[in-house]
Structures are given as C-alpha cells and as structure tokens.
Design a binder for this molecule. Structure first.
Ligand code: NAP
Length: 276
C-alpha cells in the first residue's frame, strides 16, 4: 500500500533522457505553485525492452503521470488501457496518467504546437519538413486547425505514407517553391547535431522572408541556425522550447489539475540550456 505522506511522482521516460529539460521545467512549475512539497518530477532512462514492465509498475511506486519521449511514444500508446482521441489519431502518446483503473494515454505535442503559434492559422498554407513521430503530431494538429498542409521528407515514401494516413499532400524537393507557404515547420531532427539546415533541407537561406513564420521543433542551444537566418530575413520564429513548454504545461494540467506558469517553465528550460 502506498504511504500517503509520500510525494506524488511524475517523470519523463526516454532513452537517452539525461539531456531532457522536462525535470527542470516541471519542478520549477511545481515550486511556483507551492506544490514542490507534495509532488516531484524526475527523469527515467529505460531501454525499449524495459519500457512496458517498468511502466506497468509505476502506479504502485507512487507515480501519477509521465511524459514519454524518443523512442517510446508508440509503445506508450500500445500499452495504455485507454487513449484520448488525439493520441489514437496521431498514433503516439507523450503523456501517461496512472490510475488504479489503468493507464491513460494522451498526446499534448499537437496542442503544444498550436498554443505556440503566433496568431490564427486557419486557411494558411504550411510546409511540414519531416515524416517521423514529431511530424505526425504537427500534420494532425495543423490539419485540424484548417491549415492546408504539404509534407516534404528526405525519404519521400515516408511522406507519402504519412499523408495517406493523416491527410496533407506530399511534395518533392524539385518542385518546391517556398513563396507559396506562410508557415514552415521543421519537424526533422536536422540541427540537433549541428547539421547545416540549408544543406539538408529543400531550400536555401535566401528563400526565407518576412512573410514566413518558421517553426523549429529542434531545441539545443537556441536560436537554431534555421531560426537565426529566418529572423534575420524578417520572418516570425517559434523555437523548440516554446513548444516543449506548452506541451509540458498541457501534461502538467492533466496530472495536477492546475495551470502552471508558462513564463516560469520557459525560464527554467532556457536556464538549463545555458548551464550546459
Ligand atoms: P524521428 O521519428 O526519428 O524522425 C526524424 C525525421 O528527421 C525523419 O523525417 C527523418 O527523415 C528526418 N531527418 C533526420 N536526419 C535528416 C537529415 N540529415 N536530412 C533530412 N532529414 C533528416 O524523430 P521525431 O520524434 O520525429 O523528432 C524529430 C525532432 O523533433 C527531434 O529533434 C526531436 O527532438 C524534436 N521534437 C521536439 C519537440 C518539442 O517539444 N520541441 C517535440 C517532439 C520532437 P527520414 O525519414 O528520411 O529518415
């Protein structure tokens, strides 16, 4: 039986996970709401083979919820007893809640992206770069907001499969004209290891201008090269931390029922980047 005096535990589960800013972000939000004595948030590194058995035991260990990141998002959806319509539609879960009755899966990546976008996007045209797990949430979220979505991926077949499943239109590099898009979302991992975005992505720096809003999901030491160039060209920019913080805030609210401070979470995420 769990000790009522024990803290309610939260975690981010990934492999690797040591780089994650989620513990700093969530513990800052808990402290700001006066909940740090009652709740705690930690990072747990689980290899794929360890994931399901450990997650099934978490409720007994006092965990109320967990964020799930690479490479476990699909496995998280599969092992949950119930899943929100959003998680089911995207085919991946980044948020688990542990209840006596079972494990509930949610996906806040989609909501986090939409909350981070400046202004209304309905009727706009978007170019989504990538066809992995993050791109699935981005494409689903934008389509649901009434955006006309085009998808480019380094491996074109994956873009076609994604569009067949979720909607949107695949585009190839040779026919891509950046002038027709208002929104450009980098949901590839280009930039994560210092790659030159203009060598790996299907456009050059001079294609970007003030009519674009450029979103880069990758976060490392912001601003990324893609966002620096976009900002210099006069584009509006949204970085990976803007999205991380908003998806984290949505997960936090599911577990605690409280709205955290986005400013406190953002500050904690960026401060951790500076200390590395
Ligand atoms: P993933 O499933 O492994 O997909 C990786 C994607 O990047 C694929 O489309 C892949 O193309 C493409 N890619 C990799 N290297 C490339 C290169 N050199 N040139 C062109 N394309 C390349 O990963 P994911 O889960 O979608 O995550 C993607 C990124 O989003 C990661 O950096 C992750 O950290 C970030 N992310 C951020 C947040 C946030 O809150 N800010 C949330 C989720 C994810 P191929 O299909 O051709 O391999």
């Amino acid at each position: 039986m769990s000790d009522k005096r024990e803290k309610k535990r939260l975690a981010v589960i990934g492999h690797p996970v040591a780089h994650s800013r989620s513990p700093a972000v969530h513990n800052a939000a808990l402290a700001e709401l006066g909940l740090a004595g009652e709740w705690s948030y930690e990072a747990i590194d689980l290899a794929p083979v360890e994931f399901a058995p450990r997650v099934r035991a978490m409720e007994r260990e006092g965990f109320v919820g967990a964020n799930v990141t690479i490479p476990h998002k699909e496995a998280a959806l599969r092992l949950a007893d119930t899943a929100s319509p959003v998680a089911q539609a995207i085919g991946a879960a980044n948020t688990l809640s542990f209840e006596a009755g079972g494990i509930q899966a949610d996906n806040t990546d989609a909501g986090g992206l939409i909350d981070a976008l400046p202004g209304a996007v309905r009727g706009r045209r978007a170019l989504v770069l990538g066809a992995g797990g993050a791109a699935r949430a981005v494409v689903w979220a934008l389509l649901r907001e009434g955006v006309e979505v085009y998808v480019w991926n380094r491996t074109p077949l994956r873009a076609r499969h994604l569009c067949d499943e979720l909607g949107g239109k695949p585009v190839k590099a040779g026919v891509l004209d950046l002038r027709i898009y208002e929104l450009i979302v980098n949901s590839t991992s280009v930039g994560l290891r210092g790659e030159d975005p203009f060598a790996e992505l299907p456009f050059v720096a001079s294609d970007l201008d003030e009519k674009h809003t450029v979103v880069d999901l990758v976060y490392g030491a912001p601003p990324s090269q893609l966002l620096s160039v976009a900002a210099f060209a006069g584009a509006r920019t949204v970085d990976g931390i803007d999205i991380l913080v908003r998806q984290g805030a949505l997960s936090f609210e599911i577990w605690t029922g409280r709205k955290p401070s986005l400013g406190v979470m953002d500050h904690a995420a960026r401060a951790q980047g500076l200390s590395r």
